[in-house]
Design a protein around this ligand. Structure first.
Ligand SMILES: Cc1cc2nc3c(=O)[nH]c(=O)nc-3n(C[C@H](O)[C@H](O)[C@H](O)COP(=O)(O)OP(=O)(O)OC[C@H]3O[C@@H](n4cnc5c(N)ncnc54)[C@H](O)[C@@H]3O)c2cc1C
Length: 469
């Protein structure tokens, strides 16, 4: 176990059971079962910035890898312990320092939960846009590190569109400030943008300045069922072209509807191939918008359209979508995927996933943020079945390849983490990997920041022949 200065020693978790809970995240089991459990790692729960500084001084001096950690909801193995590392959890840095309606900003610690920032903004009549489905648990620091998206990106963009400035502790303990709190500011390179989405590979974020905007209206919902995927995709395209873009546009395919039906009765007809959920939150125009969205979906071929007339009905329509994650988890172990393809090619992707499910004998319900072309297939297999696990990972590779072949990307919003390194390299190519490694080295010359994610440890080539996990 690492020996820290006395100020930090009391933050080290000593209970082995508690330690283990900080070693895992919400990503899938690694491909290689031998790598399931990390050894010889230390967990530090920082209480303040001084703790973070002390840990990064120590880590740099001793060459110890550091895994920054928020709420551990990473879907890609980005926040899990690795052999010999320090897991540096910053959830306790959860102060909401400022909500400033005049400047339109919030200043928060990295451990502030996404939903808590939304609630604090709402109290001041303001709105913070990014809304991952994990909003109730994930932290703003984690959202910044992964450039998180969510259900409302279609209208409000991703985390990068909302972050104005950061405090980051670099390896060695220097506190660096990026960006501007002012409404405008264009001095120099956009280092805030560089840190957003860097998955803890450059430093540890200890303060975030976000943009806030005037609050929209409470959303109303329309739900449509479709007899064919092509009609559902046609509706998605029509909705994207509408002058008043929906604030949410989600899709569930037949396998997702089967999973939800197995879980409870949410009123989805057996014969549906796809369901779309659409919302408007446009101040003063929600009812008018959802009625028009309903007409657009009917024109595209929807079999049935239900339009909520009030908030309660709107919430009821969303319930089937809300239970989907739990319904899929009840089916077995899962690899949650996150490809993003051009919107017009959504149907090809969903059909390809269904074909892969048949061939590899696994279940692959596909759902997601159709309005962004961002789908989340879940590759599901029985717990403890080694053969099925292997087939599931083979299906995963095939879905990565399929996404790329359709002109998409292997990571829409969850990041690369440790599970997609090979596919990151496949998408961007070896020269780009080297360029990005060189940029990392400017901030992290010893390569100690989250070295198992994105690029992989220096010296290892993260190409097609690189390590599988
Ligand atoms: C049920 C469920 C639904 C989800 N839905 C969505 C969704 O709709 N959209 C979406 O984008 N994601 C979604 N996710 C994924 C996940 O919630 C996001 O990636 C989230 O941003 C991670 O936040 P976290 O606090 O849990 O971070 P962690 O999981 O703890 O860490 C994630 C990454 O950020 C780094 N990190 C964390 N904190 C810091 C910090 N302070 N400084 C530097 N690096 C840091 C870690 O090293 C790691 O690489 C979902 C996950 C689950 C389990």
């Amino acid at each position: 176990m690492a020996t820290f200065p006395p100020s930090v020693q009391s933050r080290v978790v000593t209970d082995e059971d508690v330690k283990r809970t900080y070693a895992a995240d919400a990503g899938p089991e690694p491909r290689d079962p031998a790598r399931d459990v990390a050894s010889d790692y230390t967990v530090v729960r920082a209480r303040d910035v001084a703790d973070v500084v002390a840990v990064l001084e120590h880590a740099q001096a001793t060459g110890t890898p550091v895994v920054p950690q928020g709420a551990r909801t990473s879907r890609v193995g980005g926040a899990r312990a690795t052999d010999g590392c320090i897991v540096l959890n910053v959830e306790a840095l959860d102060a909401i320092e400022t909500i400033d309606p005049v400047e339109g900003i919030a200043v928060v610690g990295p451990g502030v939960v996404n939903a808590a920032l939304k609630a604090a903004a709402a109290e001041a009549g303001l709105f913070y846009g990014p809304d991952p489905a994990s909003t109730a648990t994930c932290t703003i620091g984690g959202n910044v590190a992964t450039n998180a998206g969510g259900l409302c990106c279609l209208k409000y963009g991703v985390t990068a569109d909302w972050v104005k400035a950061l405090d980051v502790v670099l390896p060695g303990g220097e506190v660096m400030r990026t960006g501007h709190r002012t409404i405008k500011g264009v001095t120099g390179l956009d280092l805030t943008g560089l840190f957003v989405g860097s998955e803890g590979t450059l430093g540890v974020t200890t303060r975030v300045v976000t943009r806030l905007v005037p609050a929209p209206d409470p959303a109303l919902t329309a739900l449509a069922t479709f007899g064919s995927l092509d009609e559902a995709v046609r509706a998605v395209v029509a909705l994207r072209l509408d002058r008043h873009r929906p604030s949410l546009l989600e899709m569930m395919d037949r396998a997702s509807l089967d999973a939800v039906r197995g879980f409870g009765d949410y009123g989805f007809p057996e014969e549906s191939e796809a369901v779309l959920l659409v919302q408007s939150d446009r101040p003063g125009h929600t009812a008018e918008d959802v009625a028009r969205y309903g007409e657009l979906m009917t024109a595209a071929g929807a079999v049935e359209v239900a339009v909520a007339e009030d908030r309660q009905e709107a919430d009821l329509l969303l319930q089937g979508r809300r239970v989907l994650s739990t319904a899929v988890e009840a089916l077995g172990a899962r690899i949650a995927e996150d490809v993003c393809v051009p919107v017009g090619r959504l149907g090809e992707y969903v059909r390809g996933a269904a074909e892969a499910a048949r061939r590899f004998d696994v279940r692959i319900p596909v759902s997601g943020h159709a309005g962004d072309g961002n789908l989340h297939p879940s590759i599901v297999y029985p717990y403890g079945d080694a053969g099925a696990r292997e087939r599931a990972w083979a299906a995963f590779d095939e879905l990565m390849q399929l996404g790329l072949s359709l002109g998409g990307t292997v990571a829409g919003e969850h990041g690369i983490g440790s599970i997609k390194r090979r596919w990151f390299a496949a998408e961007v190519g070896p020269r780009e990997v080297e360029r990005q490694r060189a940029i990392k080295a400017v901030f992290d010359p010893s390569g100690i920041m989250n070295p198992e994610v994105v690029f992989g440890p220096a010296g290892r080539v993260a190409g097609a022949a690189g390590p599988a996990t």
